[in-house]
Write a protein that binds this ligand. Structure first.
Ligand SMILES: *[C@@H]1O[C@H](CO)[C@@H](O)[C@H](O)[C@H]1NC(C)=O
Ligand SMILES: *[C@@H]1O[C@H](CO)[C@@H](O)[C@H](O)[C@H]1NC(C)=O
Ligand SMILES: *[C@@H]1O[C@H](CO)[C@@H](O)[C@H](O)[C@H]1NC(C)=O
Ligand SMILES: *[C@@H]1O[C@H](CO)[C@@H](O)[C@H](O)[C@H]1NC(C)=O
Length: 327
């Protein structure tokens, strides 16, 4: 038995998760980093945005890897949504000013950028456009083989379509299930969005649900009635298993864990399969993606270490990328 295997085995014994799934993690991000969203490079390494600093980190998908600062944006306080484009190793990233003290965005501060890499690995970042009309951009997803990006507006309760060629921004989907509750302490409607299996899946945080609606992402305007996939759930971002429709949800406080809904159980409350109220394994999870070549097998999860610290500014750390082995 190698020492590495031995230490993993110890970890599994010392930190049992719900149903005994093995959870490993990177080292902590610097204190005060709210790890917000994830994307996968073709190499398998992870790009992680930070919303409390205008930064992107790269994290090797291995236990105890040290997050490496990749890029710092100017003239903004945070980076939020990140998604891969149709071109390999090219990503779209949204930046903007969001206050974790008041839980509100600064109107007019958001912009979208294109991130690519030189052969030597140096990041090349180009601003594509300001997104001044969107109250609070959150999850984004590129529509495969088109110039379109779908952008969730958590505060406006809409999904926009942005054309990266013409820079046209149009309202793509408007529905009551996308809306935040106007009286909520933290107004968050539609949050994560994903295209999978000919559907647009979305989470809606105040409404405590994940839903889906038939979509290609190329329609100018999407119409129809969504079907509830999971409810109730304190959902942030999520991922779909493209092969079978199973859904894995980053569930915020007070669950602090990954919620699972199988295709057969659509419409029900998620089962917590990793983390959970009585462990600190996945505090304040924000997003979930698949590890390279591991759909249905290995999840990568961004965890903030708990949201309260960003509000109180009494930082306790714990921001990381966790690896959750489903089998
Ligand atoms: C956003 O924050 C940056 C950095 O503090 C600042 O330079 C910029 O003016 C802010 N944008 C708006 C619209 O307030
Ligand atoms: C910084 O952001 C503000 C507000 O969005 C904008 O007016 C200004 O032109 C930006 N400055 C630079 C250097 O990008
Ligand atoms: C968490 O711990 C409390 C107190 O020990 C217990 O009542 C509760 O059932 C536990 N919850 C879970 C999900 O394990
Ligand atoms: C900061 O957090 C730590 C750990 O939770 C706690 O012990 C400490 O009292 C807090 N400090 C303040 C000033 O709130």
């Amino acid at each position: 038995m190698s020492t590495r295997k031995f230490s993993l085995w110890l970890l599994a014994i010392l930190a049992p998760a719900v149903q005994g799934l093995l959870i490993e993690s990177s080292r902590d991000f610097p204190l005060g980093s709210e790890v917000e969203n994830l994307a996968l490079r073709p190499s398998g390494s992870v790009l992680a945005t930070v919303y409390t600093f205008p930064q992107i980190y790269e994290v090797a998908p291995r236990p105890n890897s040290t997050p490496k600062l990749l890029y710092t944006f100017a003239n903004t306080t945070g980076a939020c949504g990140i998604a891969q484009s149709s071109t390999p190793d090219v990503f779209f990233v949204i930046t903007g000013n969001f206050s974790f003290q008041t839980f509100t965005p600064t109107p007019g501060s958001y912009a979208i950028h294109r991130l690519s890499f030189e052969k030597c690995g140096t990041p090349i970042v180009k601003k594509i456009a300001a997104l001044g009309d969107i109250s609070q951009p959150n999850g984004i997803t590129a529509v495969p083989n088109t110039p379109y990006i779908l952008i969730a507006d958590s505060r406006g309760g809409l999904i926009y379509r942005f054309d990266t060629k013409t820079l046209q921004l149009t309202t793509y989907f408007d529905h009551p299930l996308l809306k935040p509750f106007p009286t909520a302490d933290v107004r968050f409607g539609v949050n994560g969005i994903k295209l999978s299996r000919s559907y647009l899946y979305f989470s809606s945080t105040n409404q405590q649900l994940v839903a889906r609606i038939k979509a290609t992402g190329s329609e100018k305007v999407l119409k129809g009635s969504p079907e509830i996939v999971a409810s109730p759930t304190p959902a942030d971002d999520f991922i779909v298993n493209d092969l079978n429709g199973d859904v894995y949800i980053a569930q915020a406080d007070t669950i602090n864990g990954i919620g699972f809904v199988s295709k057969d159980a659509y419409g029900s409350a998620p089962v917590t399969i990793a983390g959970g109220p009585n462990t600190t394994a996945l505090l304040g999870p924000t997003a979930v993606i698949w590890a390279k070549g591991a759909v249905g097998k290995t999840l990568l999860v961004s965890a903030t270490g708990g949201f309260e610290q960003f509000y109180t500014q009494n930082y306790t750390g714990g921001g990381k990328v966790a690896i959750v082995h489903l089998e």
